[in-house]
Design a protein around this ligand. Structure first.
Ligand SMILES: [Zn+2]
Length: 763
């Protein structure tokens, strides 16, 4: 159908913006926060020009090139990609360079998994090449299937099936009277970050850990398997890091807290705390099935069973398993590509934008699908600069290396430049991968109103609604209660997700305290099926995901608009009313968490007194009754409640002050006096950190957001208090309430001072 394509091309050249319908942002009459009516209008014009530039054909070509060969840390193509990205940043007119760090990156030397009794079986540990998939045969360059930062080990022991390997799964095993002491456990992937599984297993006395991909979660139960469909084939394996980053820190395990520069003082390998305590190996369900089939013992609880055609028993044994792994514990280079656009008025205020370029294998979906959007943003901004656009603040584009092993490139860069970042960084915006569907918005709640505003200006490629409308209606469709639906219809902004970890924003938000956004489109494609396998490649992505790259363009439009709007605003568009509202919600959540815990234990103690466990005991399926427990004490939440009240007052005061001065913002003499105000706004996220960090994990300094010690990627909001309650450290939770309250009071003081500064500024 070539003629049609030619017509479309001509039309595109003449009327670029008309081709995707009307740009909703160009005609949106809503005032831009942080701009005067006049500067807001010219800003909207620049943004509309920007959004007309990103081109799906470019995204496709960048992906073809970057995912053509395996490009993990230390591989030739990883370096080649970094140099290719650097050359393009320069070609597009950006001031770019590569920053190199030297990090510990283990690769496998020995991998053996065999069943030695009651029958013999040797696991394949191998993902076969598929004739239809042209990059799946690049064997020489592919990393074998393994979990990075597993300790070396050689163990033989009975096998126990532990469901997802979460703390509550071990409580269930206790009820079944089963211990994993001295055993090798086999856990299903998902429902926690993978590194939590060996951590919890080791805490319960296990000596080895296998993690397998259950077909119910990302295989044939969901859809046809690759290459017929998108899902995980029988021999597909999820590689991945198992570093215990949540209890320690991400980044290079030998240089915690400092940059892994050539002269950095490095720990000895034996002193690196974040390496696992027991050997770990990921396997396919093809390799897992014979092992699971050979288990006896009690039947697994209903909700533990997957969809393999076997009875799921728990063990222990009689399956006896031999697991042997050994690694090359080498120091490898990572190459971060950093590009700058200097600010014209406030060069010392930085807007930072990042996405990683390294992958486990070819990584078309993770991370290239979003790295290509980052590149197209940079190219488009280069064109705007040539047309005379002058961003007020400095913009920094970062293509990170070494994300997959554990956020190596982004963390080392943040630790190396920590002092400058504390001084200058206003906002960090992250992406990691991208598929078709709904805009998923996560971040600091002072940016909730801002990113909702951007989402109202972007057109959804499939529905032609704004991506905001689509996200709202999708949330209503999935809401669990009438109250939730009411809020979704009435609240002016959609709530954004709090951020845990699992991608490169971690050091920027959790360690330095920079207001952060993390964005992606998704929900319509099954990326889980090829996640971290050799099949995550150009063939898979162009057959089963955003095949025409229109969501890649939508991502470039969304993130690029955010970067430009943040960089150009006279006053940084932070809002604290949504933030205060969120803090009020979190405080209530914590009170409810404690009340629920009290009720749960009270109820269980009563059941024990009443003889419930005796009554339900089945002698053929014996269970062990839990111990009686002390009911958790009441905690004093008043300091947090009072702090939230003053936060709410100062947030409203600031919002009014900004609205009153809006007309003046476009005045050059007035805008020239806004340096101190913007400085205070940048400080607002820092105020939410504490130099001592969270209990037992001082690297994590943010008091409101952190990855969970026992969930990994999953966020724990107000982590000191929440984990104190969850882990029954009630005295600690009470102290943490006071620390959080003090931070929120300080936050309120800065916001109040910003409001007064704004009121007192005259033309
Ligand atoms: Zn990634």
């Amino acid at each position: 159908m070539r003629p049609v394509a030619a017509i479309v091309l001509i039309f595109t050249l003449i009327f670029p913006s008309l081709c995707f319908g009307t740009d909703p942002g160009a005609t949106n009459p809503a005032a831009l926060v942080g701009y005067s009516p006049a500067t807001g209008q010219s800003e909207r014009e620049w943004e509309a020009k920007y959004r007309a530039i990103p081109d799906p054909a470019n995204l496709r070509e960048y992906m073809r090139r970057l995912s053509a060969r395996p490009h993990h840390v230390g591989s030739p193509y990883d370096k080649d990609n970094a140099e290719w990205i650097l050359a393009h940043f320069k070609e597009w007119g950006l001031d770019a360079h590569i920053e190199r760090f030297d990090v510990l990156f283990p690769t496998p030397k020995i991998r053996v998994l065999e069943m030695v009794a009651p029958t013999k079986f040797t696991a394949k540990l191998e993902e076969p090449a598929l004739a239809i998939d042209p990059t799946s045969n690049q064997k020489d360059e592919q990393l074998p299937t393994y979990n990075a930062y597993s300790i070396d080990g050689d163990v033989t022991a009975p096998l126990v099936f532990v469901n997802y390997g979460l703390p509550e799964d071990y409580e269930n095993l206790d009820r079944l009277g089963i211990s994993v002491k001295g055993a090798i456990v086999i856990a299903k992937y998902l429902h926690s970050w993978r590194g939590v599984k060996p951590k919890v297993a080791a805490e319960h006395g296990a000596i080895g850990c296998l993690i397998y991909s259950e077909p119910q979660d990302d295989g044939y139960t969901r859809d046809n398997v690759f290459p017929v469909g998108p899902m995980r084939p029988p021999d597909g394996v999820q590689r991945g890091s198992v570093m215990d980053f949540a209890s320690n820190s991400p980044g290079d395990p030998l240089t915690p807290g400092i940059g892994a520069t050539p002269d950095a003082k490095r720990l000895a390998l034996k002193d690196a705390k974040s390496i696992t305590k027991i050997p770990v190996l990921p396997i396919s369900y093809g390799d897992a099935q014979p092992l699971l089939t050979a288990l006896a013992g009690p039947m697994a609880p209903d909700e533990w069973r997957g969809s393999l055609p076997i009875p799921y028993h728990v063990g222990p044994g009689p399956a006896m398993v031999h697991l042997k792994v050994a690694f090359n514990w080498d120091i490898k280079p990572v190459y971060d590509v950093i590009a700058k656009i200097p600010g014209s008025v406030a060069p010392d205020e930085w807007i930072i934008r990042g996405n990683h370029h390294d992958a486990w294998v070819n990584g078309a979906e993770d991370p290239i699908s979003a790295q290509v959007s980052l590149l197209e943003e940079a190219r488009s901004m280069g064109l705007l600069l040539k047309q005379g656009w002058k961003p007020r603040r400095t913009i920094i584009y970062c293509a990170w290396d070494g994300e997959e092993p554990m956020l190596l490139g982004s963390t080392e860069w943040a630790e190396t430049h920590a002092d400058e970042l504390r001084q200058h960084a206003a906002v960090y915006i992250n992406t990691d991968s991208n598929d078709r569907g709904i805009l998923n918005m996560g971040g600091s709640h002072s940016l909730e109103q801002f990113i909702n505003g951007v989402a109202r200006d972007i057109e959804d490629p499939e529905t032609r609604m704004t991506v905001w409308q689509r996200a709202q209606l999708n949330a209503i469709a999935n809401a669990k209660s009438a109250d939730d639906r009411k809020e979704l219809r009435q609240r002016s902004d959609l709530r954004i997700n709090a951020l845990g970890s699992g991608t490169d924003f971690t050091a920027y938000l959790d360690h330095i305290g920079i207001a952060t956004l993390d964005l992606e489109y998704g929900g319509e494609d099954e990326g889980a099926g090829i996640y971290h396998s050799v099949y995550d490649d150009f063939y898979w992505y162009t057959h089963f995901s955003d095949t025409n790259f229109v969501y890649g363009r939508a991502l470039a439009q969304t993130v690029g608009t955010s970067v430009i709007r943040l960089a150009d605003a006279e006053v940084l568009p932070f809002d604290f009313v949504d933030f205060a509202d969120t803090m009020e919600m979190y405080t209530k959540d914590l009170e409810k968490l404690l009340a629920d815990k009290q009720e749960e234990i009270r109820e269980r103690n009563q059941e024990l007194d009443e003889g419930m466990f005796k009554a339900t005991f089945d002698p053929r399926r014996p269970t062990v009754a839990p111990e009686k427990e002390e009911i958790p004490p009441h905690l004093n939440f008043a300091p947090m409640q009072n702090a939230v009240d003053s936060l709410t007052r100062s947030a409203k005061h600031y919002q009014q002050a900004l609205a009153q001065k809006q007309a003046s913002l476009g005045d050059d003499a007035f805008a020239a006096k806004l340096g101190a105000l913007n400085r205070e706004l940048i400080e607002t996220e820092r105020k939410l950190t504490n130099a001592d960090g969270l209990p037992r994990r001082p690297w994590y300094k943010h008091l409101l957001y952190a990855p969970g010690v026992y969930s990994g990627y999953g966020v724990k909001t107000v982590p000191g208090v929440r984990e104190g309650i969850e882990q029954k450290q009630y005295a600690e939770a009470e102290q943490e309430i006071v620390r959080v309250a003090r931070a929120l009071e300080d936050e309120s003081t800065v916001i109040e001072s910003a409001a007064r500064d704004l009121e007192q500024t005259q033309r």
